[in-house]
Write a protein that binds this ligand. Structure first.
Ligand SMILES: [Zn+2]
Ligand SMILES: [Zn+2]
Length: 420
């Protein structure tokens, strides 16, 4: 195709979105709440690169997880390397732990992270190709008490950002000792219904029967209800773990539901899985999901340490977080004439050093015009500086809400805008 001779406006790429300043305030609010909450539980932030070797995600997401594989943003760089924009976070953290031998350091292996992920998914409402996730991971803690602590932390998070009506679902997916028996029973049972399943599920019977439970087709869901449940096949160790996990949830007085079909198709998931769902999101009802992956590190060629964590989609979460008014609190400094302009600069510096937000516009405008703009921006205070004010070293302070105006010194000005 030859380039169009007409000048075309460049738009954001399909499946991406801008977070404009007004929305960004809400993002910041949620991120700040999350960061400080995670820190309360001993988590520390980790930041890894946005792209990694493609191999990392091929290995990390499991061969049967074709969903992630098919949706990866993979490209060859100028050096001929195959790189992929991260589709999920856990493989990057695992890589970082192994690469820096973090498990040998004296720091706790508790990490949190908030940032963009990339999947070449079909764009639809509420689904993006560049989306954002919050991610929390703990390594080297076998005890079911940590499973319950993570679920409790997730519940506190939703409470703090004022998401209402979330329900907690929990399950166990067993381990490599007990899952083969279950897989066999599941496959044999599903085989009996082969013809009743959708084409996709028929394939899953052969590749990964656990994924049948993810199918949204009504007929498949109906049959799935009658299929064997993993919790009836747990080995002693997994059973004890699940019972203890639940007893800690009771200790936290958290209400939850055991959902026997809450399974994660990835090979490395073991024991505990959980999900928070909301009826307000309609069909895509999961707000966050997580689980234990005791075999993942080993599978990555790393140390044999267990792990557990959860991921949460920011875009979905923000739909559920109520909007809050965040009124502006800056002082608009209006000036008339060159001497006053310099004085305005100095006053702004003074106020900013004291932690007061200030705003000056440098284009020469009339006083009425400047006050009008201060109003439009929603500034609660205006300061007026003219030649007289420069000479007297005192300024006109205007309360933009009441319209009241008085002459103040620099110090009085500071006290007035601070007390508001
Ligand atoms: Zn087991
Ligand atoms: Zn199906």
């Amino acid at each position: 195709m030859s380039p169009s001779p007409k000048k075309r406006q460049i738009a954001a790429i399909k499946g991406t979105h801008d977070i404009l300043p007004r929305q960004a305030r809400k993002w910041q609010r949620v991120e700040e709440i999350a960061n400080s909450l995670f820190e309360l539980y001993g988590y520390r932030e980790i930041r890894t690169p946005i792209f990694e070797a493609t191999e990392l995600f091929q290995k990390g997401t499991g061969e049967t997880s074709d969903i992630v594989m098919k949706e990866m943003y993979t490209f060859v760089d100028k050096g001929g390397r195959s790189l992929t924009l991260r589709p999920e976070y856990t493989p990057s953290i695992a890589r970082a732990i192994i690469e820096h031998q973090l498990h040998l350091q004296p720091d706790p292996l508790r990490f949190y992270f908030i940032g963009p992920m990339f999947r070449y998914d079909k764009p639809q409402k509420g689904r993006y190709r560049q989306f954002h996730q919050m991610d929390v991971e703990v390594f080297n803690e076998k005890d079911p008490a940590v499973d319950a602590e993570i679920v409790e932390m997730a519940a506190r998070l939703l409470e703090r950002v004022k998401v209402k009506g979330a329900e907690v679902l929990v399950n166990s997916v067993g381990c490599r000792a007990c899952r083969p028996d279950y897989h066999l029973a599941l496959r044999q049972n599903a085989e009996k219904h082969r013809k009743e399943f959708c084409a996709d599920c028929q394939r899953k019977i052969d590749t990964n029967p656990l994924r049948i439970f993810d199918c949204k087709v009504a007929a498949c869901r109906e049959i799935a209800l009658g299929l064997p449940k993993i919790i009836d096949y747990l080995c002693e160790e997994c059973q004890v773990h699940f019972d203890q996990f639940r007893s800690y949830l009771d200790l936290y007085e958290l209400s939850y539901k055991v959902e026997p079909f809450l399974v994660r198709g990835l090979d490395y998931y073991t024991k505990t899985t959980f999900e928070f769902v909301s009826t307000e999101l309609g069909a895509q009802d999961a707000i966050l999901g997580g689980g234990r992956y005791d075999d993942m590190m080993k599978d990555f060629g790393g140390p044999d340490i267990c792990g557990i964590g959860f991921a949460l989609g920011m875009e979905r979460l923000l739909q559920l977080v109520p909007d809050e008014d965040s009124p502006e609190k800056f002082v608009y400094i209006a000036w008339m004439g060159d001497a006053a302009k310099k004085e305005a600069v100095l006053i702004a510096r003074f106020l900013r050093l004291q932690g007061v937000e200030c705003f000056i516009e440098y284009k020469s405008r009339g006083l009425g015009n400047q006050m009008g703009r201060a109003n439009k921006f929603g500034a609660p205070w205006g300061v007026i500086i003219g030649e007289d004010e420069v000479k007297k070293q005192s300024y006109q302070l205007k309360n933009m809400v009441t319209g009241e105006q008085k002459e103040v010194t620099r110090e009085k000005l500071l006290t007035a805008v601070r007390n508001d």
